[in-house]
Design a protein around this ligand. Structure first.
Ligand SMILES: NC(=O)c1ccc[n+]([C@@H]2O[C@H](COP(=O)([O-])OP(=O)(O)OC[C@H]3O[C@@H](n4cnc5c(N)ncnc54)[C@H](OP(=O)(O)O)[C@@H]3O)[C@@H](O)[C@H]2O)c1
Length: 170
Protein backbone atom coordinates (compact mmCIF):
# COMPACT_ATOMS: atom_id res chain seq x y z
CA UNK A 1 0.00 0.00 0.00
CA UNK A 2 1.30 3.42 -0.93
CA UNK A 3 0.95 6.16 1.72
CA UNK A 4 0.87 9.82 0.70
CA UNK A 5 0.55 13.06 2.62
CA UNK A 6 -1.89 15.83 1.67
CA UNK A 7 -1.10 19.16 3.30
CA UNK A 8 -1.62 22.88 2.92
CA UNK A 9 1.36 24.77 4.28
CA UNK A 10 2.00 28.49 4.69
CA UNK A 11 5.25 30.32 5.46
CA UNK A 12 7.44 28.92 8.24
CA UNK A 13 5.70 25.55 8.01
CA UNK A 14 2.42 26.76 9.53
CA UNK A 15 -0.49 24.34 8.96
CA UNK A 16 -2.85 25.29 11.77
CA UNK A 17 -3.67 27.59 14.65
CA UNK A 18 -5.90 27.05 17.65
CA UNK A 19 -7.28 23.80 16.25
CA UNK A 20 -8.21 25.24 12.87
CA UNK A 21 -6.67 25.98 9.50
CA UNK A 22 -5.88 29.73 9.48
CA UNK A 23 -7.04 30.31 5.91
CA UNK A 24 -10.15 29.44 3.99
CA UNK A 25 -9.18 27.52 0.87
CA UNK A 26 -11.07 24.54 -0.41
CA UNK A 27 -8.80 21.47 -0.26
CA UNK A 28 -11.10 19.78 -2.76
CA UNK A 29 -10.34 22.09 -5.65
CA UNK A 30 -8.20 22.03 -8.77
CA UNK A 31 -5.12 19.83 -8.90
CA UNK A 32 -5.52 18.94 -5.26
CA UNK A 33 -8.80 17.28 -6.07
CA UNK A 34 -7.40 15.66 -9.18
CA UNK A 35 -4.56 14.06 -7.21
CA UNK A 36 -6.60 13.01 -4.24
CA UNK A 37 -10.01 12.08 -5.62
CA UNK A 38 -11.50 8.73 -4.67
CA UNK A 39 -8.66 7.56 -2.42
CA UNK A 40 -9.13 6.43 1.19
CA UNK A 41 -7.99 9.02 3.71
CA UNK A 42 -6.58 8.80 7.22
CA UNK A 43 -7.29 11.74 9.51
CA UNK A 44 -6.67 12.57 13.17
CA UNK A 45 -9.69 13.04 15.41
CA UNK A 46 -9.08 16.78 15.93
CA UNK A 47 -8.67 17.55 12.23
CA UNK A 48 -11.76 15.45 11.47
CA UNK A 49 -13.88 17.27 14.05
CA UNK A 50 -12.56 20.67 12.93
CA UNK A 51 -13.43 19.80 9.34
CA UNK A 52 -16.97 18.98 10.36
CA UNK A 53 -17.73 16.81 7.36
CA UNK A 54 -16.48 13.71 5.60
CA UNK A 55 -13.98 13.94 2.78
CA UNK A 56 -16.39 13.14 -0.03
CA UNK A 57 -15.92 10.15 -2.37
CA UNK A 58 -13.44 8.58 0.05
CA UNK A 59 -13.36 6.11 2.88
CA UNK A 60 -12.56 8.28 5.94
CA UNK A 61 -10.43 6.49 8.55
CA UNK A 62 -10.43 8.55 11.75
CA UNK A 63 -7.69 7.88 14.31
CA UNK A 64 -8.91 8.31 17.89
CA UNK A 65 -8.70 6.61 21.26
CA UNK A 66 -11.63 8.54 22.68
CA UNK A 67 -14.43 8.75 20.10
CA UNK A 68 -16.22 6.72 17.44
CA UNK A 69 -17.41 8.15 14.14
CA UNK A 70 -18.69 5.02 12.47
CA UNK A 71 -21.08 5.83 9.63
CA UNK A 72 -21.26 5.28 5.87
CA UNK A 73 -17.80 5.86 4.39
CA UNK A 74 -16.26 6.43 7.83
CA UNK A 75 -14.60 4.14 10.35
CA UNK A 76 -12.64 4.81 13.53
CA UNK A 77 -9.38 3.12 14.49
CA UNK A 78 -7.40 3.51 17.70
CA UNK A 79 -3.89 4.01 16.30
CA UNK A 80 -1.94 4.80 13.13
CA UNK A 81 -0.83 1.16 12.99
CA UNK A 82 -4.44 -0.02 13.16
CA UNK A 83 -5.29 2.39 10.33
CA UNK A 84 -2.70 0.74 8.08
CA UNK A 85 -3.61 -2.80 9.11
CA UNK A 86 -7.32 -2.13 8.56
CA UNK A 87 -6.81 -0.62 5.12
CA UNK A 88 -4.42 -3.39 4.09
CA UNK A 89 -7.06 -5.94 5.10
CA UNK A 90 -9.66 -4.36 2.82
CA UNK A 91 -9.90 -5.16 -0.86
CA UNK A 92 -9.69 -1.52 -1.90
CA UNK A 93 -9.54 -0.67 -5.58
CA UNK A 94 -7.23 2.26 -4.89
CA UNK A 95 -3.88 1.23 -3.46
CA UNK A 96 -2.89 4.77 -2.47
CA UNK A 97 -3.94 6.06 0.95
CA UNK A 98 -3.86 9.75 1.80
CA UNK A 99 -3.01 11.23 5.18
CA UNK A 100 -5.10 14.39 5.66
CA UNK A 101 -3.57 15.67 8.92
CA UNK A 102 -3.40 17.09 11.48
CA UNK A 103 0.07 17.57 12.83
CA UNK A 104 0.13 14.33 14.86
CA UNK A 105 -0.90 12.27 11.81
CA UNK A 106 1.74 13.90 9.63
CA UNK A 107 4.36 13.07 12.25
CA UNK A 108 3.19 9.45 12.48
CA UNK A 109 2.91 8.81 8.74
CA UNK A 110 5.60 10.96 7.12
CA UNK A 111 8.33 8.33 7.72
CA UNK A 112 6.13 5.76 5.93
CA UNK A 113 5.10 7.98 3.03
CA UNK A 114 6.48 8.12 -0.48
CA UNK A 115 4.65 11.20 -1.84
CA UNK A 116 3.55 14.59 -0.50
CA UNK A 117 0.80 16.56 -2.25
CA UNK A 118 1.25 20.09 -0.97
CA UNK A 119 -0.57 23.34 -1.49
CA UNK A 120 2.16 25.84 -0.57
CA UNK A 121 0.67 29.18 0.39
CA UNK A 122 3.12 32.06 0.25
CA UNK A 123 1.69 34.01 3.16
CA UNK A 124 2.48 34.41 6.87
CA UNK A 125 -0.08 33.26 9.42
CA UNK A 126 0.09 32.85 13.17
CA UNK A 127 0.44 29.14 13.88
CA UNK A 128 0.77 26.48 16.54
CA UNK A 129 0.72 23.42 14.25
CA UNK A 130 3.55 22.86 11.80
CA UNK A 131 4.77 20.64 8.98
CA UNK A 132 8.43 20.26 8.14
CA UNK A 133 9.92 18.98 4.92
CA UNK A 134 13.54 17.84 4.81
CA UNK A 135 15.01 18.58 1.35
CA UNK A 136 17.60 15.84 1.70
CA UNK A 137 14.73 13.33 1.86
CA UNK A 138 12.05 14.97 -0.30
CA UNK A 139 12.47 16.06 -3.89
CA UNK A 140 9.95 18.40 -5.58
CA UNK A 141 8.89 16.73 -8.82
CA UNK A 142 6.06 19.00 -9.95
CA UNK A 143 5.21 22.68 -9.45
CA UNK A 144 1.96 24.21 -10.64
CA UNK A 145 1.18 27.82 -9.69
CA UNK A 146 -2.43 28.29 -8.61
CA UNK A 147 -4.64 31.02 -9.95
CA UNK A 148 -5.50 33.71 -7.40
CA UNK A 149 -9.24 34.20 -7.15
CA UNK A 150 -11.89 34.93 -4.54
CA UNK A 151 -11.66 31.34 -3.26
CA UNK A 152 -7.87 31.49 -2.98
CA UNK A 153 -6.63 35.08 -2.59
CA UNK A 154 -3.03 34.05 -1.81
CA UNK A 155 -0.07 33.39 -4.04
CA UNK A 156 0.17 29.63 -3.92
CA UNK A 157 1.37 26.59 -5.80
CA UNK A 158 0.64 22.92 -5.91
CA UNK A 159 3.80 20.85 -5.39
CA UNK A 160 4.30 17.11 -5.54
CA UNK A 161 7.26 15.84 -3.56
CA UNK A 162 8.63 12.34 -3.96
CA UNK A 163 10.85 10.58 -1.47
CA UNK A 164 14.42 10.36 -2.68
CA UNK A 165 15.42 6.75 -3.25
CA UNK A 166 16.77 4.82 -0.28
CA UNK A 167 15.71 7.52 2.19
CA UNK A 168 13.16 5.39 4.04
CA UNK A 169 14.18 5.06 7.68
CA UNK A 170 15.38 1.51 8.37
N1 LIG B 1 -3.00 22.70 6.75
C1 LIG B 1 -3.46 21.45 6.61
O1 LIG B 1 -3.40 20.86 5.52
C2 LIG B 1 -4.09 20.77 7.79
C3 LIG B 1 -4.80 19.57 7.62
C4 LIG B 1 -5.38 18.97 8.75
C5 LIG B 1 -5.25 19.57 9.99
N2 LIG B 1 -4.55 20.74 10.10
C6 LIG B 1 -4.38 21.38 11.42
O2 LIG B 1 -3.67 20.52 12.30
C7 LIG B 1 -4.04 20.88 13.63
C8 LIG B 1 -4.48 19.63 14.38
O3 LIG B 1 -3.37 18.77 14.54
P1 LIG B 1 -3.26 17.91 15.88
O4 LIG B 1 -1.99 17.17 15.83
O5 LIG B 1 -3.51 18.80 17.06
O6 LIG B 1 -4.54 16.97 15.80
P2 LIG B 1 -4.92 15.73 14.84
O7 LIG B 1 -3.69 15.03 14.36
O8 LIG B 1 -5.91 16.18 13.84
O9 LIG B 1 -5.70 14.82 15.87
C9 LIG B 1 -5.09 14.44 17.07
C10 LIG B 1 -5.89 13.32 17.65
O10 LIG B 1 -5.71 12.13 16.87
C11 LIG B 1 -5.69 11.01 17.73
N3 LIG B 1 -4.36 10.43 17.73
C12 LIG B 1 -3.19 11.01 17.41
N4 LIG B 1 -2.18 10.12 17.54
C13 LIG B 1 -2.73 8.97 17.96
C14 LIG B 1 -2.22 7.69 18.28
N5 LIG B 1 -0.90 7.39 18.17
N6 LIG B 1 -3.07 6.73 18.69
C15 LIG B 1 -4.39 7.00 18.79
N7 LIG B 1 -4.95 8.20 18.50
C16 LIG B 1 -4.12 9.17 18.10
C17 LIG B 1 -6.03 11.52 19.11
O11 LIG B 1 -7.46 11.52 19.20
P3 LIG B 1 -8.18 11.28 20.62
O12 LIG B 1 -7.81 12.47 21.47
O13 LIG B 1 -9.64 11.24 20.28
O14 LIG B 1 -7.64 9.99 21.16
C18 LIG B 1 -5.50 12.93 19.06
O15 LIG B 1 -6.05 13.80 20.03
C19 LIG B 1 -5.18 21.88 13.53
O16 LIG B 1 -4.69 23.20 13.67
C20 LIG B 1 -5.68 21.66 12.12
O17 LIG B 1 -6.34 22.79 11.60
C21 LIG B 1 -3.98 21.33 9.04
Amino acid sequence: MKISIVVMMADKGVIGFDGAIPWDIDMNSGLFKFSTFDKPIIIGRKAFEARGELVQNSLNVVVSKTKFFNQINCITVCSPTEAINTLEGMKLKNKEVLVFGGESMYRAFLPLSSTIYMLRIHQSFEGDAFFEINPSIWKPTMFAPCVKNKDNPYRSEFIIYKRRLSKFPS
